[in-house]
Design a protein around this ligand. Structure first.
Ligand SMILES: O=C(O)[C@@H](O)C(=O)CO
Ligand SMILES: [Mg+2]
Length: 253
């Protein structure tokens, strides 16, 4: 039977993070994950996790200058100082709340200099994270929602993971983004299984609850079980209204 992690960047995003953790536990999720928890003291998040018994699976590095529309800086040449400060900050926070994964956000960039910069920053992140048993994740984002994002295919992600060659660098396979970019989810999940560190999902194309749209998720759950993937799947969707009224898919899974 599939297990699920509530992505609190989208689910219960309207309540403080510790309360969102409690809500996810009450709803029956097996774990939680978040985007950018940095405004909340780590001790408050750790206390809610201890109280509920849930694990925080992951968090993201900061995006950078939001007013300037940044969406990560790790592939931005000449921003190494910020990229590494964000990586250090994410590791410190992840250690405090015992989070297993950090998604290092690449940003809007293209070309060889961006590639070289991303590789160097990922090397830095993997080396710094390894003593804490933290895995670094990279996530291709679809170019409808995030046009110009540096990482936009599974082929590119697999090639970067091979080039860095660190055992703690893995792919965040977000079924929503990969369906919009490439499709062929069943085969891609099998082929990429050795480098997958975490899986997320949502309906396509509206990014709503995973109970409608062009992906039949019960097939994906069964396929993942058949290939031995048993980690919680990250429900990273945008509820149409209150999160609590969007959970029929969870109770029917
Ligand atoms: O899919 C997403 O957008 C997220 O997983 C994320 O980390 C923020 O861009
Ligand atoms: Mg995602």
């Amino acid at each position: 039977m599939a297990r699920f992690s509530a992505n609190l960047g989208f689910l219960w995003h309207d309540v403080p993070l510790p309360d969102a953790i409690r809500a996810a536990a009450a709803a029956g999720f097996d774990a939680v994950e978040c985007h950018w928890p940095y405004d909340v003291p780590a001790k408050d998040v750790a206390a809610a996790l201890a109280e509920t018994g849930l694990s925080m699976l992951g968090l993201n590095t900061r995006r950078g200058d939001l007013d300037a529309g940044e969406n990560g800086v790790a592939a931005l040449p000449n921003r190494e100082h910020d990229a590494r400060a964000f990586i250090d900050e994410a590791i410190t926070y992840a250690v405090a709340i015992k989070a297993a994964n950090i998604h290092v956000m690449a940003g809007f960039a293209t070309g060889q200099a961006a590639h070289d910069c991303f590789i160097a920053n990922l090397n830095y992140a993997c080396t710094a994270a390894a003593p804490h048993d933290i895995t670094i994740l990279i996530e291709p984002l679809n170019h409808y929602d995030a046009p110009g994002y540096f990482l936009d295919s599974t082929t590119q992600a697999a090639s970067i993971i091979a080039e860095v060659g660190a055992p703690n660098l893995k792919l965040m396979f977000d079924c929503y983004h990969i369906q919009r970019l490439e499709g062929n989810l069943t085969t891609k999940l099998s082929d990429l299984l050795p480098i997958i560190g975490h899986i997320q999902f949502a309906a396509v194309p509206d990014r709503g609850a995973p109970d409608h749209g062009e992906i039949h998720y019960p097939h994906i759950y069964a396929h993942l079980a058949s290939i031995g993937y048993t980690a919680p799947l990250g429900a990273e969707y945008k509820p149409d209204g209150a999160t609590d009224t969007s959970l029929a898919w969870l109770h029917n899974a």
